[in-house]
Design a protein around this ligand. Structure first.
Ligand code: ACM
Length: 542
């Protein structure tokens, strides 16, 4: 008898797992139990929406309603008599939700608007992909949802994607497409790498030459090895109005933007715009860089006007981006020009150090103090790439975040041990601009073709990290560098579907992640990509 019960339980579990596998959901939710039958939509769908902080839940429904009607022709009607009921449950996490569908009703429980947004993303993934793409499909006459009970919440609060637009500029319509993709996969941080040696891409009112000069260069192609600059005038930047539009677009999709100005290294475009206040060698010629690599033409951190410049830029970023974080870069900053500069040498002695990296930290310290003096609403937390840990970080305190990319696992642990928060964005395999196979059809990019979808998927975040440090880990992020990537279509090709693999690492617990199941669940998304006009890597699609 005992054995029979055991067998019955095993069969039940297998059947649940099998049914769960049928749904093309990415990322995999915490719990999926399929029921009997389906909910069949009529021409209209009544929806009851509780009041929450004014009309913030209604706003989510209104946006959903527009896309849903566009794709299915079904009109949503708000009111008490409803088939779709949204209920508040303050016990759920902010981004969590419960979604229960039976033959008669759709019931959604959430604690906050973000949870409702994610419940509706899941609901759309349970339907044909034109619904997710918000594109009409006149051939379907009968719209339905499978009976299912889903309970879901994310593993990490930070599920990010970074795009480098310093090297190449794609424009706001492409950014909106990326934001849509991120939202579909329940990602919530768009890290916008806006400045580089090769281009400054954001209008700063107080320093107009940053975009008059710094946003343009005399080559589209960036030189490297046998590849020479082509002499074609190239560039572009985002105005305040563009930023405003993109910020609003991201907020509607529960994505925070993390703007990055990479200073004092990777700053040749800024130095070329204002050599009088930023250059270490004012008498030399400075231009927006035409080459790949790491330029030694960094900002003179011992120059008070350079510190003023950085503070002013932060002030304008604070106005433009109403979110929690500003990223100040800090990676790959050669110190050779500081070593040759008498003011830098004097300042190093003044702060009592022999390590030139500490000049960089001293620069950041002043910027952090500048932010700390602002009213609470205007305060922002600072993020740095992990090279900053090579200096004495004591002057910066622990209230900063470290984005770990090189030797990422060890760097993240070092940051967490120092009491800082950290984000895992390991160069290998989370730099999803790297080639995703060795096929001759692969576009020219960095890497050896080993950052396959599988390799990206199989990275294990926080592997072996002591439990007491785990709370310092904010989450995961895929990064996309664009030295070789001149057009948006190639960005999409390299990004997809690897973006979804990272999204799942951010959302789904490690025990529930399984590469083969992911490959099955994501098959349906080729239609989504095609309906949205997106290019994508075909390697894992049947
Ligand atoms: C980086 O890849 N230089 C952060």
């Amino acid at each position: 008898m005992r054995n029979k019960w055991y067998l019955f339980l095993l069969m039940l579990l297998c059947s649940i797992a099998l049914h769960a596998g049928v749904f093309s959901l990415v990322p995999q939710p915490s719990s999926v139990q399929s029921g009997d039958g389906e909910f069949i939509f009529g021409k209209k769908l009544g929806v009851s929406v509780p009041t929450y902080e004014g009309d913030s839940l209604e706003a989510v429904i209104d946006r959903f309603s527009k896309g849903f009607e566009q794709s299915t022709g079904i009109k949503l009607k708000k009111g008490k008599k409803a088939q779709m009921n949204i209920v508040l449950n303050s016990k759920l996490p902010t981004e969590g939700y419960k979604l229960e569908i039976d033959k008669k009703e759709i019931n959604i429980e959430v604690a906050a608007p973000a949870g409702l947004f994610y419940a509706l993303q899941t609901l759309k993934q349970l339907m044909p992909r034109n619904v997710m793409a918000e594109v009409s499909d006149a051939t379907t006459r009968r719209w339905s949802l499978p009976a299912v009970a889903i309970s879901d919440s994310p593993r990490f609060g930070w599920r990010g994607f970074m795009l480098d637009e310093g090297r190449h500029f794609y424009g706001k319509e492409e950014i909106k497409k990326i934001i849509d993709l991120m939202a579909s996969y329940k990602m919530n941080r768009f890290h916008w790498h806006l400045t580089e040696d090769q281009g400054w891409r954001i209008e700063i009112k107080k320093y107009p030459r940053l975009t008059e000069v710094g946003a343009w260069r005399n080559s589209k192609v960036l030189g490297w090895g046998d590849t020479k600059p082509d002499g074609i005038r190239y560039g572009g930047y985002y105005t305040r109005e563009d930023v405003h539009e993109i910020v609003a677009y991201a907020r509607e999709r529960f994505i925070e933007i993390v703007p990055e100005v990479d200073i004092p290294g990777h700053s040749q475009a800024a130095v070329a715009s204002y050599p009088g206040i930023l250059a270490c060698d004012i008498d030399k010629w400075h231009e927006v860089w035409l080459w790949q690599g790491v330029s030694a033409d960094v900002i003179n951190v011992a120059e008070p006007n350079a510190v003023r410049f950085a503070k002013d830029v932060i002030d304008e970023l604070t106005e433009m981006f109403p979110f929690g974080y500003i990223h100040l870069g800090g990676d790959e900053c050669p110190t050779i020009k500081w070593e040759r500069n008498s003011r830098c040498r004097e300042l190093l002695a003044e702060i009592g150090s022999k390590n030139y990296r500490d000049l960089q930290i001293n620069f950041y310290k002043q910027l952090k103090e500048h932010i700390a003096a602002k009213p609470k609403k205007k305060q922002r937390k600072l993020i740095f790439w992990n090279e900053v840990l090579h200096g004495n970080t004591e002057p910066l305190g622990t209230d900063i975040a470290i984005m770990a990319w090189i030797g990422a696992d060890r760097a993240a642990e070092a940051a967490a041990s120092r009491g800082m928060t950290t984000i895992l964005s390991p160069q290998i395999p989370y730099y999803i601009n790297r080639r995703q196979s060795n096929l001759p059809t692969e576009p020219r990019s960095q890497g050896h073709g080993t950052e396959t979808v599988e390799a990206v998927y199989n990275y294990i975040p926080m592997k072996g990290v002591a439990e007491k440090l785990q709370k310092q880990y904010l989450g995961v992020q895929a990064n996309f560098w664009t030295e070789w990537v001149e057009d948006a279509s190639t960005v999409q090709y390299l990004m997809l579907p690897r973006l979804a693999a990272v999204a799942e690492a951010g959302w789904t617990t490690q025990e529930q992640r399984d590469y083969n199941a992911f490959v099955e669940r994501i098959q349906a998304d080729t239609l989504y990509y095609r309906l949205k006009g997106l290019n994508y890597g075909k390697h894992i699609f049947k």
